[in-house]
Ligand binder design. Structure first.
Ligand code: ZN
Length: 480
């Protein structure tokens, strides 16, 4: 017995030593200063304002599409960027999606794609009075450019165009061909990007780097980390919606039976919400935690993140607590629409619920279906797929790929002391279509702590606009 206790004691001591050594040797990287940023071209802010003023809203109903506005936007781009339109041949796909081709000197190299979308979500009429600027005014005040679409995603498009126009003016020629791709319906169907990729597939094109919106810089994500974190999106979650239907003869509400369809469905939804799908740490999230772990001021957190071999379960529990991090470690399932009943004195015969799921890479729509069936465990509830829209999780871009490394290098060149880390995208972007024809899809724009996406007071720091133009300039120059 004594011997056993002795062995156990030694084992514990060894473990403790490993934990402490790993914690204390995990120190932050040296401070690093970025290069001075190039000034914003004088015309860039005026172009950004003009871009906001043209109200390229995507309607839910394709028949409401405002062709005149999208044509006006095309005219504006043609006038604002004469060198691009003189030197880079443009292909128009499905009316309003544009591909500009900047031919490289070495056509044996795979091209790079810089992409953005210029459609915007509508401004809610009832919310206009809450704005501190005219939503489509393109006002410049308090160090920001204000307006619908300035973050999502017109600043990316304008930054790409500004960078390309300036490089053309200097006579720059890339070594690898660069394609500038701009979409007109990312906020609705995303059909434009699908059509563009179909077009590229018909030409057997493949790309080594595709850069789209997505990840950003944050100084707020982790309060205990005092350096900015640039999260590069390297993959996207999947999407599926299931319809749950309970059916049972209804009747007069004065003589109710023991259970009604509403009771059955409510109970099913309750079980579903009580039993989340199991959590796990997928490779990009693991890499993110590893890269950030050395910089935290919180000793316990640092100890756990430096010793995932021992504390993985605890880390998962901690991540599961906040909605934003919970979404990174598991497939989420949540009811979004519930329907039943026609009158207050009638017990209904049907009750339906739509449950929306965002699927973690490595899992499928069928896994979600099976899980929902098991969690509800009630044959009175029929489960079917909602066929409106569904997509599998994307493959993830390797952090050792040329694409990731190139973007990482550029971010280091424009942001002081930045921690660059991979991240999983919980929403969908146009670039997911490109994953079939590129292993180097990257979602990142160098905007810091951005606020106002799809909501009120959407605005962009002018200094972020400057970073953004510099970011695309360096990406373009790096293709030499
Ligand atoms: Zn967007």
């Amino acid at each position: 017995m004594k011997k056993l206790l002795g062995i156990l004691g030694i084992g514990l001591l060894v473990m403790l030593s490993i934990v402490l050594v790993k914690t204390f040797t995990n120190s932050p990287g040296a401070h690093q200063k970025s290069a001075a940023l190039e000034a914003i071209p004088a015309s860039a802010i005026a172009h950004m304002t003009q871009a906001i003023q043209i109200q390229t809203e995507t309607p839910n109903d394709a028949y409401q599409f405002d062709t005149a506005t999208f044509l006006a936007y095309r005219k504006f781009v043609e006038n604002a960027y004469p060198l691009i339109h003189k030197n880079l041949p443009r292909t128009i796909v499905d009316s309003f999606n544009y591909i500009y081709e900047w031919k490289g000197t070495d056509t044996s190299l795979l091209p790079m794609v810089l992409m953005a979308h210029y459609d915007v979500v509508p401004v809610e009429a009832s919310a206009v009075k809450l704005w501190h600027a005219v939503p489509y005014g393109g006002e410049v005040k308090e160090g920001y450019i204000w307006g619908r679409g300035v973050l999502d995603d017109k600043s990316s498009m304008i930054s790409i165009l500004e960078a390309a126009e300036a490089q053309l003016a200097k006579g720059f020629q890339p070594k690898q061909t660069i394609l500038l791709c701009f979409g007109a319906d990312e906020e609705s169907s995303g059909n434009g990007a699908t059509a563009v990729v179909k077009y590229f597939k018909s030409l057997n094109k493949r790309f080594d780097i595709v850069v789209d919106e997505g990840g950003e810089i944050s100084t707020e994500d982790m309060k205990d980390v005092k350096r900015p974190i640039a999260s590069i999106g390297v993959g996207e979650k999947g999407y599926v919606t299931l319809i749950l239907t309970a059916q049972k003869a209804g009747g007069h509400s004065s003589i109710p039976g023991k259970t009604t369809v509403i009771d059955i469905l409510s109970k099913g939804l309750y079980h579903l919400r009580e039993n989340q799908m199991p959590a796990k740490i997928i490779p990009p999230i693991k890499a993110y935690l590893e890269r950030v772990s050395g910089y935290t001021d919180n000793f316990w957190k640092k100890m756990m993140l430096s010793n995932m071999w021992l504390f993985e379960k605890q880390v998962i529990n901690n991540l599961s607590e906040a909605p934003s991090t919970n979404a990174l470690v598991r497939t989420t399932i949540v009811p979004t629409i519930v329907n039943s009943g026609v009158r207050d004195n009638v017990i209904p015969t049907f009750a339906t619920a739509y449950v929306n799921s965002r699927i973690l890479p490595g899992e499928t729509q069928q896994d979600v279906y099976n899980y929902v069936e098991k969690a509800i465990n009630d044959t009175n509830i029929k489960i079917t797929y909602y066929h409106n829209y569904s997509t599998l999780p994307s493959p993830t871009t390797d952090i050792n790929s040329k694409a990731f490394k190139r973007v990482e290098q550029v971010i280091n060149a424009i942001v002081d002391d930045v921690i660059v880390a991979p991240m999983l995208m919980v929403g969908a972007t146009d670039s997911r279509n490109y994953r079939d024809i590129s292993d180097g899809v990257i979602n990142f724009t160098p905007i810091t702590n951005a606020k106002g996406y799809h909501g009120i007071d959407e605005r962009l720091l002018i200094s972020d606009f400057q970073k953004s133009i510099n970011y695309y300039t360096l990406l373009i120059q790096g293709s030499k």
